[in-house]
Design a binder for this molecule. Structure first.
Ligand SMILES: C[S@@+](CC[C@H](N)C(=O)[O-])C[C@H]1O[C@@H](n2cnc3c(N)ncnc32)[C@H](O)[C@@H]1O
Length: 319
């Protein structure tokens, strides 16, 4: 029954107008508190894992409904923010409203909204107090200076122009959208499970990062409503999955945890954090579609991961 409903929905994605309604919102970054919470979780864990907690240039994949996570990054001290998506969800007025709320949250040193408020958001932290060890009073005074905040706010409206210090590009399908070795940190929240061309995306991230740059990704491996079991999407054949996707710009790439780790290592990333949650599985590997039956055993149980990796400098071989 569930599959029939999903197939009807998939057919609807071919109907002009309905397709836009179905892809009109992502949820999440339409809330300032969500954006604040997500940015600070990435930042707190970067500091904990020995990574740069004052990145000057950041890039985000898949910001969704607003560029709010990036605005939180800018408010907390970043100087340049790039955002790349495949659907133009961001709305300038929404981002302006979120910016104003974010400023208040930072000014009040609001504790990081935790799992009571956002039960589905990962990564979890040990401590949700405002991270004064990173955003100390000297840094806060500097970054919350009125004229600095005004400049960031003014640039929200011009975020699709190169001169702005916010750059929002939709769609992006070419790694030249960003200069090589130009960013300190690339992050994503609930995005890499949706990206169609993962090898190209990891290669692009590697090329954009400065030699000491790092990536910080929260990835959700669950089926996103496409099956009754949380990992039931791995049971569909490729043909059935294609039918269920319909004409959507993106759905799920169905790659499990081990694929991401393998691709990051292939690109030369040193994994400094791989914090995965496991869930019980009513499916065994035999229940999965043939191409998933050979996944490593633990992939069947890993339902989300928070992964941070630092770009390794290539060591030049001398003969
Ligand atoms: C579930 S939403 C997450 C939005 C936001 N990051 C959040 O935390 O609420 C997934 C986002 O990934 C984007 N996306 C899908 N494929 C992408 C790709 N290849 N490159 C960049 N973004 C992509 C979607 O357009 C959407 O904005």
């Amino acid at each position: 029954m569930k599959t029939i409903k999903l197939l009807i929905l998939a057919i609807a994605t071919y109907i002009p107008g309905i397709d836009r309604i179905l892809e009109s919102k992502t949820g999440g970054t339409d809330s300032a508190r969500y954006c604040y919470s997500v940015w600070l979780r990435h930042l707190v864990l970067a500091e904990k894992n020995g990574l740069d907690s004052s990145p000057k240039t950041v890039a985000e994949l898949g910001p969704g409904d607003s560029i709010g996570i990036g605005l939180a990054a800018l408010i907390s001290g970043c100087e340049k923010y790039f955002a790349f998506d495949v659907v133009e969800y961001n709305d300038v007025q929404r981002s302006l409203d979120i910016f104003d709320e974010l400023v208040t949250l930072f000014k009040n040193k609001t504790p990081i909204p935790g799992d009571k408020e956002f039960p589905a958001v990962k990564p979890l932290l040990e401590n949700y107090e405002f991270p004064s060890h990173i955003l100390d009073s000297e840094r806060l005074e500097r970054v919350l200076e009125t004229s600095r905040l005004e400049k960031i706010r003014n640039s929200i409206a011009t975020s699709q122009q190169d001169k702005s210090f916010i750059q929002y590009k939709v769609p992006w399908n070419d790694s030249t959208v960003l200069e090589k070795e130009s960013v300190d940190m690339i992050y994503s929240q609930a995005v890499l499970e949706h990206v169609d061309n993962l090898p190209f995306t990891y290669q692009s991230m590697k090329s954009w990062l400065k030699p000491t740059g790092y990536v910080s990704h929260a990835i959700d491996f669950k089926c996103h409503g496409t099956a009754s079991e949380w990992n039931g999407h791995w049971a569909y054949s490729d043909l059935m999955w294609k039918l269920l996707r319909g004409n959507r710009t993106y759905l799920l790439n169905r790659e499990p945890h081990s694929t991401h780790i393998k691709m990051m290592k292939n690109e030369g990333f040193d994994i400094v954090c791989d914090n995965s949650s496991k869930s019980t599985s009513d499916l065994t590997k035999k229940d999965l579609a043939p191409r998933f039956q050979s996944i490593p055993d633990q992939d069947l149980f890993i339902c989300d991961s928070f992964i941070q990796g630092i770009k390794k400098e290539k060591v030049l071989q001398t003969k």
